[in-house]
Design a protein around this ligand. Structure first.
Ligand code: SAH
Length: 244
């Protein structure tokens, strides 16, 4: 049988948010690769080999997936949310660049509900006007780039979705990001902290940027900073569609 490689997004956590297309790919897989907590979301069954790995091993995992597919496996690489958003799809294409012998393999990327869309839906419609997304991890880019992009996003009055805001190994960055946005004059903007969206311990909190503290975020939190027009209506937060 010809091998295939599918890169699939599992959504934010709740099985009801996995697309039927991804469910079908998982059902016909022979091998599943991914960061261990995501692989753990796939129920084991006969004929399915699970290959959990550490979250720092993306490129190695991608190369292994290409190799297994070239040997005839129906291989699925899983990411949380969408696989193209700060996730495995780019890692697979990086690995493919380094291993041109695999370029004829049938590869599919199956989208998933990314954290910022799940978080936005819980809060109301904070991404209803122009927005951008930024990964606050400086593992793969210098902090100066992050700060520059935040400043420019503030200057452009974009709403800003922040992924990977804060981790045990990077406790300082998020505080600096909040500081950079305050310095850019965004202190009165609304900030949504959406933690563990769609999981049992989901928590959504909205404050102004001046009230926000670094401890309000961790690695399971998606942070949305509103634009200058973002406002509350009852318990909801939304960005108006019109800019005068
Ligand atoms: N590919 C993923 C993002 C991976 S980066 C996606 O499209 O969603 C991991 C970051 O995503 C986390 O640090 C957090 O900021 C965010 N995230 C993922 N799942 C989340 C959830 N259920 N609730 C809140 N944030 C989440």
């Amino acid at each position: 049988m010809t091998g295939t490689l599918t890169i699939a997004g599992l959504g934010p956590g709740n099985d009801a948010m996995v697309t039927p297309e991804v469910t079908a790919a998982l059902a016909s897989a022979t091998d599943i690769l991914g960061y261990a907590p995501y692989v753990a979301r796939v129920p084991p069954r006969a004929g399915l080999k699970l290959h959990p790995s550490d979250n720092r091993e993306e490129l190695q995992r991608a190369s292994e997936a290409l190799r297994l597919a070239s040997e005839g496996g129906q291989v699925v690489v899983v990411s949380s949310g969408d696989p193209g958003v700060f996730a495995m799809a780019s890692a697979v294409f990086e690995a493919l660049e380094q291993a041109p012998q695999y370029q004829a393999l049938p590869i599919r990327v199956l989208p998933g509900i990314t954290a910022m869309l799940a978080a936005a839906a819980r809060a109301g419609a904070p991404l209803g006007h122009d927005f951008c997304a930024i990964n606050l991890s400086d593992n793969l880019k210098p902090w100066s780039v992050i700060e520059k992009r935040l400043r420019l996003a503030a200057d452009g009055d974009f709403s800003i979705a922040m992924y990977n805001p804060r981790s045990a190994s990077r406790p300082e960055g998020f505080g600096r990001a909040l500081g950079a946005l305050r310095d850019a004059g965004c202190g009165e903007r609304l900030v949504i902290f959406a933690r563990a969206v769609s999981a049992a311990d989901e928590k959504i909190v909205t404050v102004t940027l001046n009230e926000a503290t670094p401890e309000m975020a961790d690695m399971r939190t998606l942070v949305i900073v509103g634009n200058s027009q973002t406002r509350r209506v009852g318990r909801w937060v939304y960005a108006p569609r019109r800019v005068e």
